[in-house]
Ligand binder design. Structure first.
Ligand SMILES: [Zn+2]
Length: 195
């Protein structure tokens, strides 16, 4: 049974904070620092969660969208069950929207009920995205959800702690070699409010 960090180890405030941090309200700064101080969800993956991850990788390799959507939902449901939060709605769409700044991989809506949208084909050549990239995006968006539902931060920022928590999910669920490959590809280190 995975339990969220009830008493996170608090570090000293990081020396380097992004410029926009100083433009946040005092309340938002407190949320940011709390987010930054929590490094993991302490998830203990169930055999089911590991099996579902493996199945999802296989499904994505085959490029089947409906099956990928089902697989992503089942895995998300299992993670929510392990972390004792309500299930989150997940929608999987085809070709990623894009603009001059790049392609959108996924998005979390903190609506009621909250939901996540993921895209599984690249904007350029409409190829299926790499399975491990897709799963990392899934964990990223679930990370935003958990900031609200589990950590009760009231907002979700791309802090260093946020990315560490995302990485902790990758390490917990992907096979060791795969996890390192995925984490090595991490480029999205921009800090800001989550999307
Ligand atoms: Zn984000």
């Amino acid at each position: 049974m995975g339990i969220g960090p009830r008493s996170p180890r608090l570090r000293k405030p990081p020396e380097q904070l992004p410029a926009f941090f100083y433009r946040l309200s005092a309340a938002a700064q407190r949320i940011y620092l709390r987010s930054d101080a929590i490094e993991t969800f302490n998830l203990v993956p169930s055999p089911e969660a590991l099996r579902m991850t493996a199945v999802l990788i296989k499904t994505l390799t085959d490029g089947r969208q409906a099956a990928a959507a089902l697989g992503a939902r089942q895995l998300a449901d299992e993670l929510c069950r392990l972390l004792q939060v309500r299930p989150i709605e997940i929608e999987v769409r085809g070709v990623r929207p894009h603009n001059a700044r790049g392609e959108l991989h996924g998005i979390f809506y903190p609506t009621r009920p909250p939901r996540i949208v993921l895209w599984m084909r690249t904007a350029q050549r409409h190829q299926t995205v790499k399975p491990r990239t897709f799963i990392r995006t899934l964990f990223h968006e679930i990370g935003h959800y958990l900031d609200y539902a589990l950590l009760r931060l009231g907002d979700s920022f791309h802090t260093r702690g946020f990315f560490q928590r995302e990485s902790s999910l990758v390490r917990a669920l992907l096979p060791a070699g795969d996890a390192e490959t995925v984490l090595g590809q991490t480029k999205d280190n921009a800090r800001g409010r989550g999307a």
